[in-house]
Write a protein that binds this ligand. Structure first.
Ligand code: ADP
Length: 455
């Protein structure tokens, strides 16, 4: 089989670019063992976890504001989650039909033979595909460290996976890890009424995030976090009961009893077989790319989690589109991804979001800035939900007053940050933000209020 572009992996880093290329008449072959579009985000990541999160917020708000005593049957939540996933799979199948003349989706696992030849291992045997361009968007997967009894633990894939067998949860849950997946899951399950604790190896959570954001967020989460407590062993002591052994940081082995252990100990890139041999990788095994998504081989692009630049679906989509444009220009880069204007949200309850250059980085870069902030306790939305903790902070370059960065912790953070992302991307100034009539009452209106403080 011959085609213009082969895309390996049908997630956010793969299919949006395929659609773009198809609309311009390119023939595209997408290969993915799932045989569906959506990748891991839809199968076991953002969509299922955020579906459960939305339900958890409804439950939590009912219990708090209306003094309800809801402790929903988790299997009903899982049923709803599966339905949402199914709807999205159907939607993608419809989209593919629109592009049937140009896009072929092969259900199979791809292996690179060289930079223009890929073998897809399918149910009906091996299919060889030759293409002028290659996009690798094979994503990432959870890292599952090995220790005695690690087989008794689950990962986020087991909790969130499409049609997962995990339909019921015990009352007591231990989550190992201190990254955003660990914290998000912990707050979601806590909001649903489970007793959750986090076992964290070091003395910190959310490493890599600006410390002021973390320090603002953490007290609002109300999580039980056991720091300096690396997990050593899990023993099964009953049908749904485990003893978890950990070190208390002073060399003492301690243990606790719990009904479920979930490991959220990081993710690692997934490379198709043969890619490592011909492509340059970074120290963590991601495929190295420049901002045009090009690898060390001029006709090979790598987008999404696999390049390690920004492991988020929306970032993968942006990268996928950039790769498509750069393929359409015959490999001459015409589109570069501006990673600084891609917003990031930690979907805890409440959430935290940021975009652009954070103060610690601005200081390192020698950028002089002024800041303005607003407390969410004065925001009508926060008051309505009675979720009044949180802060919005805006950073403006001194002189130009261009917005260089922003963060928000609190209700609707994930929505507010989109507008701020546009502002960072397009170099909007405090004046531009201050003059815009954000709707009342939405948390976005805090942007204008805050910007007015520096004028
Ligand atoms: P991203 O958001 O970075 O695009 P995802 O993790 O959502 O990444 O999706 C990656 C997709 O790549 C998954 O659907 C996975 O099944 C697929 N994939 C992984 N390895 C291979 C492979 N060797 N051949 C084809 N597809 C693959």
């Amino acid at each position: 089989m011959e085609t213009d572009v082969i895309i390996i992996g049908a997630g956010g880093g793969g299919y949006p670019g395929a659609f773009r290329l198809a609309r311009s008449g390119y023939r595209v072959v997408i290969i993915d063992p799932k045989g569906e579009l959506g990748g891991n985000c839809l199968f076991s990541g953002c969509i299922p976890s955020k579906t459960i999160r939305e339900i958890a917020q409804i439950v939590w708000r009912n219990n708090r504001i209306l003094k309800a005593n809801l402790k929903p049957d988790f299997s009903l939540i899982q049923d709803h989650k599966d339905r949402v996933q199914e709807i999205r799979y159907m939607q993608h199948r419809e989209e593919l039909k629109e592009f049937r003349d140009n896009i072929e989706l092969i259900r199979g696992k791809a292996k690179l033979i060289d930079n223009k030849t890929v073998e897809a291992e399918t149910e009906n045997g091996m299919i060889e595909v030759k293409g002028r361009y290659l996009v690798i968007s094979t994503g990432s997967e959870p890292v599952k460290p090995k220790f005695p009894g690690s087989e008794f633990s689950i990962t986020s894939d087991d909790l969130y996976g499409y049609r997962t067998s995990l339909r019921r949860l015990p009352d007591d849950i231990t989550i190992v890890g201190g990254g955003y997946i660990a914290l998000e899951t912990a707050t979601i399950l806590k909001a649903l009424g489970y007793n959750v604790r986090l076992l964290v190896r070091s003395d910190k959570v959310l490493k890599g995030f600006e410390s002021e954001i973390v320090n603002t967020l953490l007290p609002l989460l109300g999580l039980e976090i056991m720091y300096n407590s690396p997990i050593l062993e899990i023993k099964k002591i009953g049908e749904q009961e485990f003893e978890v052994f950990y070190s208390d940081g002073k060399g003492n082995k301690k243990s606790l009893k719990t009904g479920l252990v979930m490991l959220a100990t990081g993710r690692k890139p997934v490379l198709p077989e043969g890619a490592g041999g011909i492509l340059a990788l970074d120290s963590k095994g991601h495929i190295s790319v420049d901002d045009s998504m090009k690898t060390n081989l001029p006709n090979v692009f790598a987008t999404g989690d696999v390049n390690g630049k920004a492991p988020y679906f929306h970032a993968a989509v942006r990268m996928s589109i950039a790769a498509a444009y750069n393929i359409m220009s015959n490999g001459t880069p015409v589109d570069y991804v501006d990673f600084k204007s891609i917003p990031v949200t930690i979907f805890t309850i409440p959430p935290a979001s940021y975009v652009g250059i954070m103060p610690s980085e601005a200081k390192r870069m020698g950028i002089s800035f002024i800041e303005a902030s607003y407390e969410l306790k004065n925001d009508p939305m926060a008051q309505m939900y009675d979720e009044m903790g949180g802060v919005l902070k805006l950073y403006f370059e001194r002189g130009s007053l261009r917005l260089i960065g922003a963060w928000i912790v609190g209700v609707h953070a994930g929505f507010v940050i989109n507008e701020l992302g546009q502002a960072v991307a397009h170099g909007l100034t405090a004046r531009d933000l201050a003059e815009f009539a954000d709707q009342h009452p939405t948390t976005n209106e805090l942007i204008a209020y805050t910007a007015r403080k520096v004028l």
